[in-house]
Design a protein around this ligand. Structure first.
Ligand SMILES: [Zn+2]
Length: 182
C-alpha cells in the first residue's frame, strides 16, 4: 500500500497558512497593487469560494485584486495547498512522477505545475518589479538532500538531475534578469 493511501497529506495542510505564506513572500512589506504598484490598498473581503483568499482594493487606481492575482497560482483548478506541497516536494528533489504520485495528480498536470513554479511565483506579472530576489526558490534549494545531492539525484533518476539543472538555470535567470522584455 502506498503511503498516499494512508495519509492524504494535502488534507492536513492548513489553507489559511498557505495564503499567509504567499502574502509573506509576495508582499513582505504589505500588500501593494499589481496594476499601479501603490501600497495604498484596503482589504475588501474574501474570495467567495476560498475563505482565506484575501481581496483588496487599490485606493489610487481603484483596481481590485487578491492574494493570488497575477501569480502562477491564480486561475488554476488546483487548490493552493497542492501548489505549496508541490513546491515542497520540488525542494526534496522529487521527480515529476513522484510528485504526481504523492499528490494524486496526473503527470501532465504535475509537469505543468513544476514548470510554472520554476519560473517563479510571480512570473505571470511582468508589469510588477521583480528586481532583486523573489525568494520562494529557497524552499527547493535547501531541504532534502542533507549535503548529498548526488545520492538523491541518483536515486530519483536522471529526470531529477535534469530538473535540478533547470531549477538552477531558472534561479539564475530570476536573479539576473528584469521583466521588462517579457
Ligand atoms: Zn493601483
Amino acid at each position: 500500500m502506498a503511503a498516499s493511501d494512508l495519509i492524504n497529506l494535502s488534507g492536513l495542510i492548513d489553507d489559511a497558512k498557505c495564503f499567509a505564506l504567499v502574502r509573506q513572500h509576495r508582499w513582505p512589506e504589505g500588500a501593494c497593487c499589481p496594476v499601479c504598484g501603490s501600497g495604498a490598498v484596503i482589504r475588501d473581503g474574501h474570495d467567495d469560494t476560498q475563505p482565506h483568499r484575501q481581496r483588496y482594493r487599490c485606493k489610487v487606481c481603484a483596481g481590485r485584486f487578491d492574494d493570488l492575482t497575477g501569480t502562477v497560482l491564480a486561475g488554476h483548478h488546483q487548490p493552493l495547498r497542492v501548489w505549496v506541497l508541490c513546491l515542497y516536494f520540488m525542494g526534496l528533489n522529487l521527480s515529476n512522477r513522484q510528485i504526481a504520485l504523492e499528490l494524486g495528480l496526473d503527470s501532465s498536470d504535475t509537469q505543468a505545475m513544476t514548470e510554472q513554479l520554476r519560473r517563479g511565483l510571480a512570473a505571470k506579472t511582468p508589469a510588477v518589479e521583480l528586481t532583486g530576489e523573489v525568494e520562494i526558490d529557497e524552499v527547493y534549494v535547501v531541504a532534502g538532500h542533507k549535503g548529498q545531492p548526488a545520492a538523491v539525484a541518483k536515486r530519483a533518476g536522471s529526470d531529477a538531475v535534469a530538473s535540478w539543472q533547470a531549477r538552477q538555470a531558472a534561479a539564475r535567470w530570476r536573479r539576473t534578469s528584469r521583466p521588462s522584455s517579457a
